[in-house]
Structures are given as structure tokens and as C-alpha cells.
Design a protein. Structure first.
Length: 255
């Protein structure tokens, strides 16, 4: 990461090995968020997305999946109609609704979006080499000083973990020279393995992030659930105290 990407702040040494750095969106030409499912982009980088939109900069989102297991099951066992009708068709309707919410949000904000159309919670059964080739082709269209956000490599959600691993390979194949950071998703990212060392002062963006998440109506959960408005607000307030601000969106430097 270039020092031009950092604001002039006092650098704080944490445990003699980690430096805290404040992200400066002005340095980057575009933001690319690579994530597993709709709403992941908002949870781990919603404030950052808003900061780029405010500056009139390009924002792109690559989704690995927006589908359920319905299509895969029909290919494997076309006679499993009872199971499909009772259990999976409602899930398909849910996935379609979630994708529509994602598309509506992106169109409203002028965000470019793409999908690899992998089946939800089945990424690990697909060829990692093929996936990384598609991601490499995607990021090859990004500028040299782009900022890319991906899932953390120690995420307990297997789909998120596959995104992190295949992005690692894609970055090596493409010889990516931009900045890549890993985002945090409460309830999925292992806190013991997550060492945030980059942050965005998100006080002026947190309300827009929460407003964006509210548009994912099917994803709203009870107050103390990790996927709730209360939780998202609390997490950025927590990391704000971690970095010395009222609110902060945190990340870990990947490369």
C-alpha cells in the first residue's frame, strides 16, 4: 500500500507488530468488492462504498452466488419433486427476492454488479482454478490503483472462505498491483484471527450504510442478531473506539 493512501495521522503501534492506518478513499480510482452473497457487500464495506459514491468514483461488486440448491438438485435428481416443492422452491423465491433487492440497491447507487452464479453454500464443490481464473479476468479490468475488498481468509462461512482463497490465487495470477483488504462480517469472521489494521472514519457514512442494509428486507433479524441494524451500528461503534473515532469500518490488509 502506498503511503499516499494514508492520511497524515499518528501511527499507533499495537502489540509491537501491527500499525493502524486510516484509509484515504481519495487516493484510489475505484472500489471493487468481491463477496459471496447479496448483503455481504453492505455488511463488510457499506461505509466504504458510500465514501466512494460520495466522491463520484466507480464502485463494482462481484457476487459469487445468488442461487439456492434448487438448480443443482434438479440436475442430480429430477424426480425429487416433493422435496423441491416443499423445501427448496420457497428458498428459490427467497434468493430471487434477495437478488432483486441487491440489483435495486446497485442501480439506485450507480454501482456496477456482476455474478459468477455459483450455488449458495456449495462453492467448495467447484474447481478453484476455474473460479480464480474468472476472478482474475474480472480484476484485470480494474485500474492499477484500485482498492479491492474481499472476505477474510479465516471466515467460518465456507462460501466466504472460498472467496478469500480463490482471490488469493487470482491476485497472484493477475500480478495485481493495487491494494487488497479483507472485511469483517460479525458472526462469520473469527475474531481471534482477525487483526484489523486499516480503518475508515465512518461517522458520516454509517447512517447511509444502515439505510442501505434496511433495503434488504429479507435479511432483517432481531435486535441482537449479528445481521441486524443494532448489530451493524454497534460493530462500527466498537471499532470506532478501537481506532479512536465515534464510528469506524475496519479491515485487515491483504496485500
Amino acid at each position: 500500500m502506498s503511503h499516499n493512501a494514508l492520511r497524515d495521522i499518528n501511527v499507533t503501534l499495537i502489540k509491537d507488530e501491527h500499525f493502524l492506518m486510516e484509509l484515504n478513499p481519495d487516493y484510489y480510482s475505484e472500489l471493487v468488492v468481491i463477496c459471496a452473497h447479496p448483503d455481504d457487500e453492505c455488511i463488510m464495506a457499506g461505509s466504504l462504498i458510500e465514501s466512494f459514491i460520495e466522491r463520484g468514483k466507480k464502485v463494482k461488486v462481484l457476487l459469487y452466488s445468488h442461487e439456492t440448491q434448487l438448480n443443482i438438485l434438479q440436475e442430480v435428481n429430477p424426480f425429487a419433486s416433493d422435496y423441491i416443492n416443499i423445501f427448496l422452491k420457497p428458498l428459490t423465491a427467497y434468493a430471487d427476492s434477495l437478488l432483486q433487492e441487491f440489483q435495486d440497491i446497485c442501480r439506485m447507487k450507480g454501482i456496477e454488479y456482476y455474478t459468477l452464479s455459483l450455488p449458495d453454500q456449495k462453492f467448495q464443490f467447484y474447481d478453484y482454478g476455474n473460479i480464480s481464473n474468472q476472478v482474475s479476468s474480472f480484476i484485470s479490468q480494474s485500474s492499477a490503483n484500485s482498492l479491492i475488498v474481499v472476505h477474510h481468509s479465516c471466515d467460518i462461512n465456507e462460501d466466504h472462505e472460498v472467496v478469500a482463497k480463490t482471490c488469493d490465487v487470482a491476485f497472484r495470477k493477475h500480478l495485481f498491483h493495487g491494494t487488497a483488504i479483507e472485511g469483517y462480517i460479525h458472526g462469520s469472521t473469527k475474531l481471534g484471527n482477525y487483526s484489523p489494521n486499516i480503518f475508515l472514519d465512518s461517522e458520516q457514512y454509517i447512517d447511509m450504510k444502515l439505510s442501505r442494509f434496511k433495503k434488504y428486507k429479507n435479511q432483517q433479524r432481531d435486535k441482537y442478531h449479528p445481521r441486524s441494524i443494532y448489530a451493524l451500528n454497534s460493530i462500527e461503534a466498537f471499532f470506532g473506539t478501537y481506532f479512536g473515532h465515534k464510528y469506524a469500518e475496519s479491515y485487515q490488509l491483504k496485500q
